[in-house]
Design a protein around this ligand. Structure first.
Ligand code: GDP
Length: 440
């Protein structure tokens, strides 16, 4: 996420690190590089200019040059300003209606239907709501079908009227249906076009006026940079929407949209989409995003994700097995499944402070565990529960069965052994000391 921008900002701050004594000229040079980095990330020219002017003013105001660590202070000023630019505080979602009506807007292909599903899933699983999804696209039957597929996958009902060509009526009927059937959130997915066009705007404006949603959300593809900002402006002029959803942040985006959109339309980014799966949704925290952009990682999100996946009962079971020397490859596999649920590897690495930079040149596969899983799946149940019986002959068979090399099997066996040893140590009498050593 935003690797290029992070890289360039890092280089900009390097200017300061190379000098024994930092002068006004160094600071000015650094800020010029910061501005260039923002422009390269497709941030609007005026925003980038204002940004560096503000940081410079603050730097002068705080007498950066006389402080002990001017470089660090400047990074902090940049972080604060980035946070501010992206909205400052986290923006919540208004769920006060009964039912709460949420209208989704945006261009075709922006990820509206996918996000409608993600939001429904989020509200169902995290906020204890009973959402109803509504298909209001009267032009593309495939779009209605797609919403059904999404709804099915998360167990959320979908409302549609395939014969009805009036989206206002469909939306109104859906709300009646929700009231009569105990749904407390109605998410209305509307028709999008490939570009802003008058008919589409008129139609969504009519739906908006008729159903008076508590939340009107504008969905936009982060990969489209400045275009995203322009489209946001066009939609905001018509709908005066409440918040922005930035999708496809998992892709190779430059970051311009995330940084510019708030100051152009003065509406906060509320959620981001980070993948095609239904759980690839994150609440947008400006400060965490600023830290990630500056290569400081995002430990808070990482810990939250880990906590979400943490299964206490499973942990207790594993602990018992370790104590009894019974930790096997099946348990290893289930640990991998838990880590995988936390998100894709690239995304996770980006959340570890400094890791993004350190692993810049390492190719991280989306499915980093693919080989490990294949190897374990090629073992017999007995081999999995009692790895000591895996001899050279068995290793060769496992490698063949999993389409890997015997070295890879060896490597996994070694990792497994080390991990088992370490876990045992942490549990034993010396465990407390070890944990202390590791800062636990
Ligand atoms: P709509 O036309 O606005 O309803 O867009 P869709 O929901 O059909 O999404 C268009 C394409 O983008 C689909 O292939 C989605 O799987 C994909 N997509 C949506 N959100 C994300 C995301 O956050 N990350 C990635 N990588 N793909 C996404």
């Amino acid at each position: 996420m935003f690797d290029n921008l992070s890289d360039k900002l890092d280089k900009a701050f390097h200017i300061l690190k190379g000098h024994g004594k930092i002068t006004e000229v160094n600071v000015a040079e650094t800020l010029k590089e910061v501005r260039r980095a923002l422009l390269d990330a497709d941030v609007n020219f005026k925003i980038a200019k204002d940004f560096t002017t503000k940081v410079k003013e603050k730097a002068i105001g705080q007498d950066v040059l006389t402080t002990l660590q001017p470089g660090q202070l400047l990074v902090k000023l940049v972080k604060d300003e980035l946070t501010e630019l992206m909205g400052g505080d986290v923006a919540g979602i208004n769920l006060s209606g009964n039912p709460t009506v949420i209208l989704m807007s945006g261009l075709q292909g922006s990820g509206k239907t996918t996000f409608s599903g993600k939001l429904a899933n989020y509200l169902l699983t995290k906020k204890n709501k009973k959402p109803l999804l509504v298909a209001c696209d009267i032009y593309r039957p495939a779009a209605i079908q797609q919403l059904y597929v999404v709804g099915d996958s998360i167990g959320v009902e979908v409302y549609s009227e395939p014969e009805n060509k009036n989206p206002v009526e469909i939306a109104q009927n859906a709300i009646k249906h929700a009231k009569a059937n105990g749904f407390n959130v109605v998410i209305v997915d509307t028709a999008g076009r490939l570009a802003v066009d008058e008919q589409m705007m008129k139609e969504i404006a009519e739906v908006h006026k008729a159903i008076q949603p508590q939340e009107t959300l504008f969905v936009v593809d982060a990969m489209t940079g400045q275009d995203a900002v322009n489209t946001a402006k066009a939609f905001n002029d018509i709908l005066n929407f409440d918040g922005v959803i930035l999708t496809k942040l998992d892709g190779d985006t430059r970051g311009g949209a995330a940084i510019s959109i708030k100051s152009v339309v003065n509406k906060p980014i509320k959620f981001v989409g980070t993948g095609e799966k239904m759980d690839a949704i994150d609440v947008f925290y400006p400060v965490r995003m600023a830290e990630r952009i500056l290569g400081m990682g995002d430990v808070v999100t990482l810990v939250e994700r880990a906590q979400e996946q943490f299964d206490e009962e499973e942990a207790r079971k594993i602990q018992k097995k370790i104590a009894k020397n019974e930790f096997g490859f099946d348990d290893f596999l289930s640990q991998i499944q838990q880590v995988k649920k936390m998100g894709n590897m690239k995304d996770l690495v980006g959340m570890i402070p400094g890791a993004s930079k350190a692993m810049k040149d390492v190719e991280i596969e989306d499915d980093a565990f693919k080989h490990i899983e294949a190897i374990i799946h090629s073992m017999t149940p007995k081999e999995r529960s009692k790895p000591v019986i895996i001899d050279v002959k068995r290793k060769a068979r496992i490698a063949k069965g999993s389409g890997t090399k015997i070295e890879q099997v060896n490597q996994l066996m070694k990792q497994f052994e080390q991990m088992s040893k370490m876990m045992k140590m942490m549990q034993g009498p010396g465990g407390k000391n070890l944990m202390k050593m590791m800062g636990g």
